[in-house]
Design a protein around this ligand. Structure first.
Ligand code: HEM
Length: 282
């Protein structure tokens, strides 16, 4: 509690409450979808049989899968709604939102940062002067858009085959199963290895970065992590607007427990997939 109400200890607010809630719901829905989806995909393996018993049978696994899909669609459309609301209130036009300094779209600076980062890895250059979003954060963001479109549309086809086959030939269901299943494998593999490494396991953040849960980071971390964004806010005299009290230790402990559960489930699912692909693939 010693840091509370101490002006020196104020932290930078990186994520709004809504975005933190959406990310938590995304984690819960994605892990549920991956767990139940892989249980269906590798249903012939011993661990899938065990897991399906724990979940209440393969049919229940399918039902949990559908319920988690509704949460994921909810997260996606709430985010789109929030963007349109922020466009109206904060930016005034899509052009300003999409092409402003904090854009999520790739820019020439991202290419320079990417090359700069490779040099930094090799020890022949300084760490790039990252802004609000690094190029790998932008990549992860658009991967979700692509994933929701491909996995979501094929998932709906599997969910409501009678409706889709009114418009398309029956073979579409087989094609949708293959696309859904393989894209899901790719998404799961990517999130639980590349995304986990970039976000939590890189030496600067190891073993876990909780900023997406608390929304807060220390000023020291902010200056180091996103120097261009920090310098820009100081130059405009706007840093104070984003300074908030840190959370008490009990909140941080709770958040860490949630984070450890999510990381452990993610790593376990990855190990299961590798095992199934190497020793049991049919
Ligand atoms: C977000 C919208 C999604 C919808 C609407 C959806 C829907 C479905 C449906 C209806 C099935 C068939 C289930 C059954 O046979 O009972 C299925 C299977 C499956 N889903 Fe999803 N799903 C979605 C997202 C995901 C995600 C994010 C993943 C993984 C990360 C995933 C992985 C799988 C897998 C691996 C299967 C088994 C496919 C197979 O039999 O090879 N799904 N999904």
């Amino acid at each position: 509690m010693e840091t509370i109400n101490n002006p020196e200890a104020k932290e930078y607010l990186r994520f709004s409450r809504l975005n933190r809630i959406l990310h938590i719901l995304m984690i819960v829905s994605f892990i549920s979808l991956a767990l139940t989806g892989m249980t269906l995909k590798f249903s012939y393996t011993g661990w899938a049989v065990l897991l399906s018993h724990l979940l209440g049978g393969f049919e229940t696994a399918g039902n949990i899968h559908r319920a988690a899909a509704i949460i994921m669609f909810g997260v996606f459309f709430t985010h789109i709604y929030d963007l349109t609301r922020r466009k109206k209130r904060e930016f005034g036009s899509w052009k300003k939102l999409l092409f402003g300094p904090d854009t999520m779209l790739f820019t020439k600076k991202d290419l320079r940062d990417f090359i700069g980062n490779l040099k930094w890895f090799l020890g022949i250059g300084p760490r790039p002067n990252y802004g609000r979003w690094t190029y790998w954060e932008k990549f992860d963001y658009f991967a979700v858009f692509w994933g929701v479109f491909v996995i979501g549309s094929t998932g709906l086809t599997l969910w409501f085959p009678e409706i889709f086959t009114l418009m398309f030939p029956g073979e579409l269901i087989n094609v949708a199963t293959i696309i859904h299943s393989d894209e899901a494998l790719l998404a799961t593999g990517f999130i639980f290895t590349v995304h986990f490494f970039n976000t939590h396991l890189r030496p600067e953040k190891f073993p876990m970065d909780i900023v997406v849960f608390t929304g807060r980071m220390t000023l020291e971390e902010f200056k180091h992590d996103k120097p261009a964004e920090y310098e820009d806010l100081v130059k405009k005299g706007e840093l104070d607007k984003f300074l908030v009290e840190p959370y008490p230790p009990i909140v941080l402990r709770t958040v860490r427990v949630f984070g450890w559960i999510a990381l452990s489930l993610g790593f376990s699912i990855t190990v299961w997939i590798i095992y199934a692909m190497i020793f049991a693939y049919r």
